[in-house]
Design a protein around this ligand. Structure first.
Ligand SMILES: C[S@@+](CC[C@H](N)C(=O)[O-])C[C@H]1O[C@@H](n2cnc3c(N)ncnc32)[C@H](O)[C@@H]1O
Length: 341
């Protein structure tokens, strides 16, 4: 009988000769790894806190930008997580009022080098691209009863529309006000729109807008063609202001261009509607009325409705739903106006 080998781990001599060089390599790797790991642990527990990295108890690092220096610091030197309240406030006072009958001339001078944008319109290159002007361009609730009702009640000298698209509601207001007896001269109708539409709008409006050219949506020339087709009165009174609502409203406020009736129908998400309503309120004359579209439509997604409802609450106004539209109670006189009388 052969003697049994002793029990226990196999000695180097027990490992087959062909594996022995690999065993040495593995042993050296384990030693280097263990040493590196211990050194890392040691250094991380002894390093002082980095001045450039706030510890978890510091809310936000001190801002370096000068414009943020107004952010109030808490006693411990940290900064509030919410932005300062003045960023949420809207300007409420605008420039000395331009008389209603001088508004179009003022805007032609300020924005169009003193010349009507309709002069010589359309140029040959645009004419070749445009759709035949539509007598009644497509819109959304653009001929609702609310327009005639408010124009008759307010008898505006200046109407401001935010969101004009192809001119459906602007041209309806032009026709209504032209035919309203006793409203003389008929109002100027200022149409603020960046004339870019929104991503994908073309899919639904292939019959109404020409194919874009070099990224230009061509909404402005199509809007102008529709106005021009409505006649000279429309050309004289319906003025496109081809800018974002925020920049146009800021300029109107600075220049003292006020409106008696304002229709809000541009961006329909909460933030756009909220900004538009607040900025436009500053250029609404006391006694004037603001109204808008999409209080109850599916397109609203409650953005417009929530903005209107919140605004009314903040200002102490009432909201009157009117079909798809909303109408705010008239703007009260400015504080101090009553005392002056
Ligand atoms: C619903 S359409 C207006 C429809 C028009 N009121 C009618 O009844 O025919 C909305 C328009 O608002 C414009 N718009 C959206 N956001 C805007 C912004 N921030 N500034 C300027 N125009 C904007 C779009 O280009 C679009 O033409």
């Amino acid at each position: 009988m052969k003697p049994r080998p002793p029990a226990g781990p196999p000695s180097a001599s027990a490992v087959p000769a062909r594996l022995r060089p690999h065993l040495a390599l593995l042993a050296s790797f384990l030693i280097v790894f263990a040493a590196g790991y211990s050194l890392g642990l040691l250094s991380s527990s002894t390093r002082p806190p980095s001045p450039s990295r706030p510890s978890q108890t510091t809310a936000i690092a001190r801002p370096h930008a000068a414009h943020l220096s107004a952010v109030p610091a808490a006693p411990d030197g940290s900064y509030a997580r919410s932005p300062p309240h003045d960023l949420f406030r809207f300007k409420e006072e605008c420039g000395e009022p331009v008389p209603g009958d001088a508004v179009v001339r003022t805007l032609l001078d300020k924005l169009f080098d003193g010349e009507s944008p309709y002069a010589g319109f359309p140029p040959a290159h645009a004419a070749a691209l445009l759709h035949p002007a539509a007598a009644r361009p497509r819109g959304w609730g653009s001929t609702g009863a609310v327009f005639a009702e408010l124009i008759a009640a307010v008898r505006p000298a200046v109407i401001l529309e935010l969101g004009a698209f192809l001119g459906a509601s602007a041209l309806h207001m032009e026709a209504v006000s032209r035919n309203l007896s006793g409203l003389s001269p008929p109002p100027a109708i200022l149409c603020v729109d960046d004339f870019r539409g929104w991503p994908g709008f073309r899919d639904r409006f292939r019959r109404d807008v020409p194919p874009q050219r070099h990224g230009d949506a061509l909404l402005l020339p199509q809007f102008m063609a529709n106005v021009a087709a409505a006649g000279e009165d429309a050309v004289a009174r319906v003025l496109p202001l081809p800018f974002s609502t925020a920049s146009a409203l800021a300029a109107l406020c600075d220049w003292g261009v006020y409106a008696d009736l304002i229709e809000v129908d541009a961006g329909h998400d909460f933030h756009s509607a909220w900004a538009d309503i607040n900025l436009a309120w500053a250029v609404l004359r006391p006694g004037g009325v603001m109204f808008g579209h999409d209080y109850f439509t599916a397109a609203d997604d409650r953005g417009v409705r929530r903005a209107v409802t919140l605004f009314a609450k903040v200002k102490g106004l009432t909201v009157r739903p009117h079909g798809q539209h909303w109408v705010l109670s008239p703007k009260p006189p400015a504080r101090g106006d009553d005392d002056a009388r």
